[in-house]
Write a protein of this length. Structure first.
Length: 278
């Protein structure tokens, strides 16, 4: 077994350990991931500018070991001030936080601070990855499905404030980038995926109440001790309490903290794998 394959299966084993502790209640349906915000538009500088993904049937991300990596940079410089590279965004929900029978999407959010860099053109690059075991299930190298997408947006003092309600309006939803997969079951630690299906991002609608909830949960996580470690550039309105747990967070924010814990478990497993490989 080559090194890449061993590391891939090591990451999946870390994922499997948590999946065993909190099994999915369903392993079939349409999994859809849509980038709700930002768009190819001009925004005003914000201390808490959101990056928002909508995930329909979020419990299926556990079946497919789905996750997102993303990078953000200004101009053509990947190391520009305020840039982030290869940030990881876990999509796996915890069953006590997600209603697997609900038709409503789950919103996965990160926040960035653009007030320090009030003028510039930024690129947001993201990659959705998931595992398909419909064919050669013993070879993870060939089972990884990857979808890549880049969008650019401008930060300017003359720009508009971020508006999640407007981003999902009937006039704007057609510009939403999304990917959908027909999950028909699972085998081991990955999904059995059927023929291609078309994403329907216009089925996602955010009203003012939902937008406020999304921002409140994202802010609570970003300004918690654990969240601040992942998003150190965020300007917090209230400094998080010195605590190592998710107490005081809403269910969505607590789930984000728990998911971040999975990242640490994955890293630990990968380190163990590297030690094994010498």
């Amino acid at each position: 077994m080559n090194h890449l394959r061993f590391l891939a299966w090591s990451a999946l084993m870390a994922k499997s350990m948590l999946a065993t502790a909190s099994p999915a209640t369903s392993n079939s349906g349409t999994l859809e991931v849509d980038l709700i915000f930002p768009r190819n538009e001009t925004y005003s500088p914000e201390g808490l500018m959101p990056i928002v993904f909508a995930v329909r049937n979020p419990v299926l991300t556990q079946v497919a070991s789905a996750g997102i990596t993303w990078s953000l940079w200004e101009g053509d410089n990947l190391t520009s001030p305020g840039s982030m590279t290869d940030a990881f965004l876990p999509l796996m929900p915890w069953d006590d936080q997600v209603n697997s029978t609900s038709s409503e999407p789950s919103f996965i959010t990160r926040l960035i601070n653009t007030t320090l860099y009030p003028d510039g053109i930024w690129t947001f690059s993201w990659t959705l990855a998931l595992y398909n075991c419909s064919a050669h299930w013993q070879d993870p190298d060939t089972n990884l499905i990857v979808a890549n997408n880049n969008i650019t947006f401008t930060v300017s003092k003359s720009g508009q404030a971020p508006d999640l309600v407007a981003a999902t309006s009937s006039e704007a939803c057609g510009a939403t980038v999304g990917y959908a997969y027909d999950i028909r079951g699972s085998r081991g630690m990955c999904a059995l995926i059927g023929p291609n299906v078309t994403a329907n991002p216009c089925s996602v609608s955010i009203n003012s109440s939902t937008a406020a909830s999304i921002m409140a949960d994202a802010t609570a996580f970003a300004c918690s001790p654990l969240g601040f470690e992942y998003e150190p550039n965020v300007t917090c309105p209230i400094k998080g309490k010195k605590s190592s747990n998710a107490a005081g967070l809403s269910p969505m924010a607590a789930a984000a903290v728990a998911a971040a814990g999975w990242t640490w478990l994955s890293l630990l497993t990968l380190v163990t794998a590297l030690n094994y490989l010498g």
